[in-house]
Structures are given as structure tokens and as C-alpha cells.
Design a protein around this ligand. Sequence first.
Ligand code: NAP
Length: 244
Amino acid sequence: MKNVLITGANRGLGLGMVKYLTKQNKAQNIIATCRTVSEELKTLSAENKNLAILNLDVTNTASFGDISTQISKIVGDKGLNLLINNAGVTTKFTKLALVKTEQLLENLIVNTIAPIMLTKSLLPLLKQAAEANGDKPMGIQRAVIINMSSVLGSIAQNEQGGFYPYRCSKAALNAATKSMSVDLKKDNILVASLHPGWVKTDMGGKNAPLDVDTSVSGIFNTISKLAEGDTGKFLNYDGTELPW
Ligand SMILES: NC(=O)c1ccc[n+]([C@@H]2O[C@H](COP(=O)([O-])OP(=O)(O)OC[C@H]3O[C@@H](n4cnc5c(N)ncnc54)[C@H](OP(=O)(O)O)[C@@H]3O)[C@@H](O)[C@H]2O)c1
């Protein structure tokens, strides 16, 4: 894993992933994007020369060209090996009678539209990494896109209903994962949707059974084992497959 980009990296799982990568010394360059830099992320970047923080509100799709240029300068001709579309939002449990258009739109733009458009902008850098490592099998040594999804986006596992904005946006993200996996197979770029588990973060809440460290080490263990046959899959953080 040489060059890694994580969106929404100032807190929660995104910050946990940056911490993991710096501690494990696993990446050559870690690019952490966020809209507001947290003290923890600032401290990490002061301690780790290979950690770059870039300002990115993922709803500002007009800024993606500029961001790609900045990322290109960091990764050079090695390209980008791992893109983790992690930034996400949710609304509280929403019953059909209470759901609002604004909630549906906000979840859709952050959780679905932004990952698709950012991936589109970063594709040349992902292709560069896949090509530069043409002697290696498909997977993290070439180029991988991880769309951070949720089991709540699984249509097959929906037994509770509700959560219209979040469920619909993550189900749509899963559809995008599948299309990307088909479209990018010829470029040797692997694409998967990942459920991080129910994790103690601002989003997951304090009743969640998993802590960030457990989820994150599971996520990277799973990513490190991804092979050609995994492209287009929906995976749990522990590597088990989830139903769409
Ligand atoms: N925690 C769970 O149990 C759980 C379960 C399933 C899936 N997930 C998924 O895992 C991912 C991370 O979740 P989390 O638990 O770490 O959530 P979190 O603690 O609420 O953090 C969300 C992150 O997304 C960022 N973000 C939101 N809107 C953004 C925008 N417009 N531009 C840039 N960044 C934005 C936030 O940045 P700000 O600080 O600027 O708001 C923050 O860094 C999400 O995609 C989520 O859907 C989480």
C-alpha cells in the first residue's frame, strides 16, 4: 500500500484509519481530507511527515479538479493505490410519515453523488497506480476503491424499515460500486463496498458494540487480502460477504 486517500478523516472511522496507517507505518503517503481539521489530525500530521491534510468538502464537486491536482503532486508518477470514500452522513430513524426532502437530498449528495464524482476525478491517478504495478495481481498493490457503505444499505437485510435517506443513499452507493467494478476491471482497479460494523463514533453512538480500533484493523486486514474475485462485492469489515 503506497499512496492512500481517506475522505472525512478528521474524526470517527476516517481519523481511526489515519491513526492506524501512521502507527503501522504501512503507507508511503497518507492523504487525509476533511472540511475542518481536528486537533488530533493536526497532531498526527505534525508527527508524521508522510501525512498530508487537504481541505475538502465532498459536496463541493467543483473543487475536485483542484484536489486531484494537489493529490497528483503528492503521489507523483506512482499514482493512487487506495481511495477510501469514507465521509458520510445520516439522519436519525426516519419513518415514512416524517421523512423530509432535504434529508433525502443531503444523504444522497454526501453518501452517493460525492463518492461517484470524486472517484471519477481521481481515476487517472488510480489507473496510474494500477499500470505502474502491472506485474502484480489485482488488489492493494495495484489500485483499490473502497466505498464505505453500511448494512443499512442492504435491501436483502432490511427487516426494520425506516431510515429512508440513509438506506437509499447507501443502496445507491452499492449500485455505484457494482458499476465501477464492471467498468474498471479492464483497468485492473478493484472496487468494493465495505460495512465497517456498528462502531462507536458520533454516527454509530455509544451503544455500538465495536470500537474504532477493532473496526479499522478489520477493515485494513480485509483490504490487504482483496483479490480479483472480490471486485464488485459488498463486504463486512471482517471480510465476510454481505447480501446486496
Ligand atoms: N459508525 C458506524 O456504526 C457506521 C456503520 C455503518 C457505516 N458507517 C459509515 O462509515 C463512514 C464513517 O462513519 P463514522 O462513523 O466515522 O461517522 P462520523 O463519526 O459521523 O464521521 C463522519 C465523517 O464524515 C465527514 N463528512 C460528513 N459530511 C462531509 C462533507 N460534506 N464533506 C467532507 N466530510 C464530510 C465528517 O466530517 P465533519 O467533521 O466535517 O462533519 C466526518 O469526518 C460513513 O460513510 C458511515 O456512513 C458507519
